[in-house]
Design a protein around this ligand. Sequence first.
Ligand code: WQD
Length: 336
Amino acid sequence: MKTILVTGGAGFIGSHTCVELLNAGYEVVVLDNLINSKEASIDRIKEITGKDAKFYKTDLLDYEDTLKVFSENKIDAVIHFAGLKAVGESVEKPLAYYENNIGGTLNLLKAMKINGCKKIVFSSSATVYGVNNTVPYTEDMPTSATNPYGYTKVMIEQILKDIAFADKEWSVVSLRYFNPIGAHESGLIGENPKGIPNNLVPYIAQVALGKLASLRVFGNDYDTPDGTGVRDYIHVVDLAKGHLAALKYSDANKGFQPINLGTGKGSSVLEVAKAYEKACGKEIPVVITPRRAGDIAWSYADTTLAKKLLGWEAQSGLDKMCADSWNFTVKNPEGI
Ligand code: WQD
């Protein structure tokens, strides 16, 4: 059976993808530096699937260590999650973001090339649609960014596009995630941010736990039905399954192909808060605060290409996403 290298495989989306890969019969090798994740996630993956993922505590910035992973395993394809991903932090630490995300990716691609591995599924983001496109976002729209994190995704997509143009043997699928939330139904793996969460749902989860007093709603004066920001929230297990569909697509298709992974539906901040109240059975107090710099009113996917090329579409709705998020939170109040 094929062996898939999952960089960042101990992380939120990476660990859920490892579960789906193992359940589908793939051999899985995880490379992760554990800067934003725990090795315990690897044990949880085994607890869920009954199968082992081979784990390397490795930083992609260490080229020799990265080469070792390829020399010790026959890697058929790579799913590349490893990267720093906090928008605000990227503004404060641009050098760290460019070195880690771009430098790490360049090392990975060089190691792939000299080992004859030319299939990669890349963890991109709807953030590459920037602030000048109109929803629903389609993959042919121009990409841009408003922060270093977003620029690393735009630049890595360009690097991958150029590689696929120069060497027609490469298969590159760049998956543009919208807003991944939720957790595996077992409650054993889920979103595990360090410190005060930046993102909406993990923040709400901390309010529901009683660790944070209320949800700050970043602006209610947007041009949306209730004035709060609208996003395309997608269940992390649906997202994980999208990666398996992308792997299959890369077996039969060469070249560079961006594909949106979203539901095609938008939900406002207040709608998410309400759905979470239903899931946890508690009130989520909200305080309206000024807008967060860099936020946009609307973001949601056109899902045509994912259906057409991958035969994939999201299955879960907001209620299940919030119920699975709450189930993980209750079982792991201090995180994994
Ligand atoms: C969602 C909505 C906020 C927190 C970012 C990255 C994106 C991806 C997902 C990595 C917005 C509002 C949030 C809070 C709030 N990350 N909000 N109070 O900004 O859509 O996307 O995370 O790939 O690349 O850009 O997600 O969860 O931060 O915000 O009101 O405490 O919730 O204004 O409308 P975002 P988010």
